[in-house]
Design a protein around this ligand. Sequence first.
Ligand SMILES: [Zn+2]
Length: 375
Amino acid sequence: MEPWNVEICDVTLRDGEQTPGVSFTCEEKAAIATLLDKTGIEVIEAGFPAVSAYELQCVRAVTSLDLEARICCLARAKQGDIDAAIAAEVDMVSIFIATSDLHVRLKYRRPRAEVLDEALRMVDYARDHGLSVRFAAEDASRTETAFLHEMYRRGAEHGAHLVSFADTVGCLVPLEMHRVMSQLVSESRVPLCAHCHNDLGCATANTLTAAQAGAFQLHTTVNGIGERAGNARLEEVLVGLFHKGGVDRYRLDHLPALSALVAECSGIPVGKTHPVVGEHAFAHESGIHIAALLQDPNTYEYVHPAEIGAERRFVLGKHSGRRALEHVVCSLGCRLDDRQISRVLELVKERGEHQKCTVTPEVLMDLIRRVRGEG
Ligand SMILES: [Zn+2]
């Protein structure tokens, strides 16, 4: 199978920063961008320079790093915004207009044809100043498909290199995404981008589905941070591309560090059961699972921890069995006889059940000492 023809544009530093309460310093943006670049991300959306002088400075801090990745920024279809993008020395500007009837009526208060004409003049302006242009439809998922076709066709005629489809309110499910993306891809002269939000919990699924339907540039954020329920998660999309799309060029082993860095800078912790980078993503407690995993990890792991440079962990608790306990006891360098194992297992289950906690190696050592003391 040919690998899917895709690239990633990570928008952590722009959409991710729009998470309520999140603001990155220039140093933080530079550090995150550097790690994204090491991971092999092709495009980094560094910010929205028209927002403030400091934001412009931060985008410049990223462009001045001279990374392999192309650097992009956001702009409304306004000359001042494009000028800020030019000043930030980005490679690409993402010029967006809202396209759904609801947004056009409330935001622009004039016909969408006029809004489109003016935006196309801004595409020309950006192209005349040497910028690569992504022409983006905000709230595309609630926009008449015929209008999107027209917008993308005319954007391409004006020299836009990419056109973008945003599921801004996260209202699509994968089958709907497949239908609309297939249609748009078949009629567009330039590559399509998929920008998915997670309000129905489908952002990653929709992003992978868009890729299957022919979308080229996939938008993500690290840990899925972003407005409301956030965006498609980089770590899930990359692992999905690896397993489903045959895309094996990304350095997945940088994902744990990237996830930890963004959690620290954003102040938004990663959930324990978060795929790929959560504390429990490769942890097992069930005795049945552990006994099988010890024979062959494929029994209960689809994503292998080694793929991302992580380690499998066995956690002891109420569901633990004898095999798991023996394995952990042995890995701690201890030897116990059958009777002692049974007694430690009893204590482990008791702790798990009545104190609702898992048994760490330290606690286990205490239990082992106690059982040995019982003679
Ligand atoms: Zn967004």
